[in-house]
Write a protein that binds this ligand. Structure first.
Ligand code: C5P
Length: 299
């Protein structure tokens, strides 16, 4: 994420993420699933602005009328969790400009929560370090600890155990989001393993060697089959990406869906792919070109 001071507070840019590899190792006693995933934060952002409010109230407003602005929004919960952890009397007025669609597997809600923890830690001078924030973040959502570090990482456990890895450059993605969204909880509820555990080694090797063709071939998401069975319309976007042939080096659904992404060998090809989806005239399908984001500095 990118966090900076503005005249009356703090502004944070909260990025989306893509999963280039995701294997589910099994269901745990606590109901969550044990994962192994390779994630990268990309330069497509929500924008959040924070102003301190001495009354102690947490007030969220958003440009997206469909977005809840009460405690069911992770931004409000993140602010409250930080207030409680510190026993602080300050509140905040928060303005969220939403670009990353919900129910996409792009981690928008978790990223907004991570940005809120970092921004309010600064605004309220809480003095918490990254480990403190990770502990609070993990309680809010499995992907929040990843977003606190940003960059790229192999994540394990339920996703909250983050092992940062170097980011090969350049990488060019086109994210394609169908009109319909997918509930993460529903995908996991219906998940049933078909086939043996898929090792991550091949994806990691290709990632380290910046071998785009090999990385493209190794893209893997165990949740894709379940999501496509749950929401059959998703396969239209999958097939539209596949039909591009050599324009893309690989394509995959991100997280629990509904967004897919194509991996392209260069910027020009990514531009051509994004244009292709725009001119398809499927107004509700959105295509966004993006690349990896540098790792953040610590809070
Ligand atoms: O952690 P988070 O709130 O983002 O997860 C949303 C839902 O996805 C959880 O309630 C759980 O049902 C499911 N989930 C899971 N295993 C994971 C991550 C999420 O079963 N590793």
């Amino acid at each position: 994420m990118i966090v900076r001071e503005i005249p009356d507070g703090i502004e944070a840019l909260a990025p989306a993420k893509l999963n280039l590899f995701l294997e589910v190792h099994g269901k745990r006693a606590d109901g969550y699933h044990e994962l192994e995933t390779l994630m990268v934060a990309v330069d497509w952002y929500d924008t959040l602005r924070f102003r301190s409010d001495p009354s102690g109230a947490i007030a969220l407003v958003s440009d997206d009328p469909d977005l809840p602005i009460d405690r069911s929004n992770l931004v409000v919960r993140a602010a409250e969790v930080l207030q409680e952890a510190i026993g602080i009397r300050s509140g905040a007025a928060i303005r969220l400009t939403k670009r990353i669609p919900a129910q996409s597997g792009l981690g928008g809600g978790s990223s907004d929560a991570a940005a809120t923890l970092v921004a309010l830690n600064r605004l309220w001078s809480c003095g918490l370090d990254l480990m403190d924030l990770e502990r609070l973040g993990a309680g809010l959502g499995s992907d929040v600890p990843f977003f606190l570090r940003g960059g790229a990482a192999v994540c394990r456990g339920r996703g909250e155990q983050v092992e940062p890895i170097a980011i090969p450059r350049p990488l060019h993605f086109v994210i394609v989001r169908p009109a319909v969204g997918v509930s993460t909880a529903e995908v996991y509820r219906r998940f049933e393993r078909t086939g043996p555990i898929h090792p991550m080694e091949e994806s990691l090797k290709a990632w380290r060697q910046v071998d785009i063709a090999r990385l493209g071939r190794s893209l893997f998401n165990r949740l894709q089959e379940t999501a496509e069975r749950l929401v059959p319309e998703l396969t239209q976007v999958r097939d539209a990406l596949k039909s591009l042939g050599s324009l893309i080096d690989g394509q995959l659904m991100s997280g629990s869906g509904s967004a897919y992404f194509g991996l392209c060998r260069d910027r020009e090809t990514a531009q051509a792919v994004a244009r292709h989806f725009e001119t398809l005239g499927q107004g509700s399908v959105r295509a966004v070109m993006c690349g990896p984001l540098e790792r953040d500095s610590t809070p």
